[in-house]
Design a protein around this ligand. Structure first.
Ligand code: BTN
Length: 324
């Protein structure tokens, strides 16, 4: 852990009680001079750190910026997802940065955040808007020992983890539209883009790109009816670092489940929140249009569609519209 991560984690752990300078140097292993210097820097970044003779140091507030050390300080010690966290002010797409790291052989678990993306992309070649400082735009690099056909398991795991984190942090109740759109009140609040590099029977790496509209209030006209944000639904703003850390913690737990072969339990949780299953749907896959009833998930997370002539089709991608 870096010095800043140690300080923030110690202060958060102490809560309202505060820590004397002696206790804070002991908990962080920093000397008094280094500690004072880091506290000045953290205050300059917007952290409201009080110091009084009576209570010592107390963390009264955190700014709504993404600071890698702050994110690291909010994660459990043993983890894969969030092993390393990097924050960029601006990138083309965080998936591009993660892909470059993947090609350079970087170990799995690294997470790349950007305050804004100039070329954020969504599924099916769509654009993804990433207004500065208003949402979470990030990508996670994973190297699972899964065959390429099972990769939908990770997509399902990611959607389940993000939905759970949103429930825990905001009290809002998200729904999931297959494969991995997260909706609030029928409008999309999170998009997930899974990109993979694989050989026939082996996955080299997977990049899970996640976009969460946290505090976005001003959607362009064409998105207003279909997109929403956590802030718009809850009627209050959220501290993005808190939401980000909760998502990474849940993602780490669910990734571990997939790796241990415990996908079935995750799929059950996914199904409970899914608005697609049991409904009549239209699915566009390239030029193909399929209609039928979304029946179930299979053991690899693919959607089983009962077509209009009674046959069962296994769907691993595409654009799903729910029929009224
Ligand atoms: C979709 O619903 O179409 C998927 C949207 C995924 C957006 C995220 S934002 C972070 C990462 N970087 C990107 O360029 N896309 C994903």
């Amino acid at each position: 852990m870096t010095a800043d991560a140690k300080i923030l984690s110690a202060l958060r752990g102490a809560g309202g009680t505060g820590l004397s300078p002696a206790m804070l140097t002991e908990r962080t292993g920093l000397g008094a001079v280094a500690l004072a210097r880091r506290i000045t820097e953290l205050r300059a970044l917007g952290y409201d750190i009080e110091s009084t003779p009576h209570l010592g140091y107390r963390l009264l507030g955190s700014p709504d910026v993404l600071h890698a050390d702050d994110l690291l300080a909010r994660l459990p010690a043993r983890r894969i997802v969030g092993r390393d966290v990097q924050v960029f002010q601006q990138t083309s797409s965080t998936n591009d940065v993660a892909e470059k790291l993947a090609r350079d052989g970087v170990a799995e678990g690294v997470v790349i955040f950007a305050e804004t993306q100039t070329k954020g992309r969504g599924r099916l070649g769509r654009k993804w808007l990433s207004p500065t400082g208003q949402g979470l735009w990030f990508s996670v690099l994973l190297r699972p020992a899964l065959s390429p056909v099972s990769i939908t398991q990770l997509t399902v795991a990611a959607a389940t983890a993000v939905a759970r984190a949103i429930r825990l942090e905001t009290g809002l109740v998200p729904q999931i539209k297959w494969p991995n759109d997260i909706l609030l009140g029928g409008k999309k609040v999170v998009g997930i883009l899974t990109e993979l590099s694989a050989e026939l029977d082996r996955v080299r790496y997977v990049i899970i790109g996640i976009g969460v509209d946290v505090n976005v209030t001003d959607f362009p006209a064409e998105l207003r009816d279909v997109a929403t944000s956590l802030a718009a639904e809850a009627g209050k703003r959220f501290l993005r670092a808190e939401i980000a850390a909760a998502i990474l913690r849940e993602l780490d737990a669910d990734y571990a489940r997939v790796v241990r072969g415990e996908f079935a339990a995750l799929a059950e949780e996914w199904e409970r929140q899914c608005i697609t299953l049991g409904r009549r749907v239209v699915i566009h896959i390239g030029d193909r249009k399929l209609t039928g009833r979304a029946e179930a998930l299979d053991s690899d997370g693919a959607l089983l569609l009962r077509g209009d002539y009674g046959h069962l089709e296994r769907i691993i991608g595409g654009d799903v519209t729910l029929e009224k």
